[in-house]
Ligand binder design. Structure first.
Ligand code: KIV
Ligand code: ZN
Length: 388
């Protein structure tokens, strides 16, 4: 089995389903170009049947993007597939992504269909999509809550009808990592000639397990991961691209899996998304948050100044971000404070440093965040003040 994980980015489709994350066509094209620079393998550009605006935006993205596949999402109904094909057909590498629910609860309450009817629809939909587009992906919506034996039948039907990619979504973020890995393994083992298709995973983050589930599934043999920048998406979001990719990179020896992502484009991509949707990146967000490379504790700062690997498992440069930040706060040591002041051109004696450090700590007790301007003001007051 290949060790390449294909990155399928759905920021422009599932991500846009995140409340408040609507983007206009121009913004979508800008982001799509950045995703191409980032090195994703597939861009899911939208859901063309959802609106005329979405159909036009997908068509524009399809025309603009050259280096990756462009997918259009469609339900397993002919009209949706026709609209999606209209939108993606001029892409250098088009893909139709059709989906159909397979869990008992969805089949009964959403589709009002029996298992046999769902098998028939899956067969017809994939066959029809294949008559339009050479690359067809089939998603068994709510797969993680579907009967695994029935899921084998659905997946078998889709592969036999010509699907090249089979997606097993954890639509409601219900799965647990080991259980989800076992489901992927079960499907790869029980679907006949499963190697004819690439198995894909699409994990929602309702229990905060989107990335953990995706990693577990990749270790079990899934070779496409569906993700979004910053993890935006329906409800609690999707598995975050940056977390998945950096976990595979930082723990390469553990996973032995590769992606084609240019990691130095991760931070610029997430920043661009944040600017477009007008939502700041939360400071505590892994990899890309403002605190991810900030060190406040004196013990950590002292370690960092001697060898960064004491408290950093990746460099900011590896995700395209400028250097780590030594944050001056109440836990900071004199060493870090001195270094920061030297960077600003201040040369303090040992006694002056002790004096400044004490005032800094007492101010930090009262203030949530200390800015370097605060620290400079203390130095000016304590060290350079001209007596009245
Ligand atoms: O979460 C989901 O199941 C989806 C499908 C349409 C792939 O977004
Ligand atoms: Zn989804």
């Amino acid at each position: 089995m290949s060790d390449r994980i294909y990155i399928f980015d759905t920021t422009l489709r599932d991500g846009e389903q995140s409340p408040g994350a609507t983007m206009n066509a121009g913004e979508k094209i800008r982001l799509a170009r950045q995703l191409e620079r980032l090195g994703v393998d597939v861009i899911e550009a939208g859901f063309p049947a959802a609106s005329t605006g979405d159909q036009e935006a997908v068509a524009e993205i399809a025309a603009a993007v050259k280096d990756c596949q462009v997918a259009g999402l469609c339900r397993a109904v002919k009209e949706d597939m026709d609209k999606a094909w209209e939108a993606v057909k001029h892409a250098a590498q088009p893909r139709l992504h059709t989906f159909l629910a397979t869990s008992d609860i969805h089949m009964k309450y959403k589709l009002d269909k029996t298992r046999d009817q769902v098998l028939e629809i899956a067969h017809e939909a994939v066959t029809y999509a294949g008559s339009l587009c050479p690359s067809v992906e089939f998603s068994a919506e709510d797969a993680s809550r579907s009967d695994p034996a029935f899921l084998v039948q659905v997946v078998q039907t889709a592969i036999d009808a010509g699907a090249k990619v089979i997606n097993i979504p954890d639509t409601v973020g219900y799965a647990q990592p080991q259980e989800y890995a076992e489901l992927i393994d079960y499907l790869l083992t029980n679907v006949k000639e499963s190697e004819r298709a690439i198995f894909s995973v699409h994990c929602h983050n309702d229990l905060g397990l989107g990335v953990a589930n995706t990693l577990a599934a990749c270790k079990a043999g899934a070779r496409q991961a569906e993700v979004t920048l910053s993890g935006i998406g329906e409800r609690a979001g999707n598995a975050a691209l940056e977390e998945l990719v950096m976990a595979l990179n930082v723990r390469k020896g553990f996973y032995n899996l590769e992606t084609g992502i240019n990691t130095e484009q991760i931070y610029p991509s997430c920043r661009l998304l944040s600017m477009i949707i007008g939502q700041p990146i939360p400071p505590y967000k892994p990899i890309i948050g403002g605190n991810a490379f900030a060190h406040e504790s004196g013990i950590h700062q002292a370690g960092m100044l001697k060898n960064r690997e004491t408290y950093e498992i990746m460099t900011p440069a590896s995700i395209g971000k400028a250097g780590s930040d030594i944050v001056i706060g109440k836990h900071s040591g004199r060493h870090a404070l001195n270094q920061k002041l030297e960077e600003l051109g201040y040369r303090l004696t040992r006694d002056q440093l002790t004096q400044v450090s004490e005032v800094v700590k007492s101010l930090a007790d009262k203030k949530k965040k200390l800015y370097m301007e605060d620290v400079e003001a203390i130095v000016l007051e304590e060290v350079y003040r001209i007596p009245d």
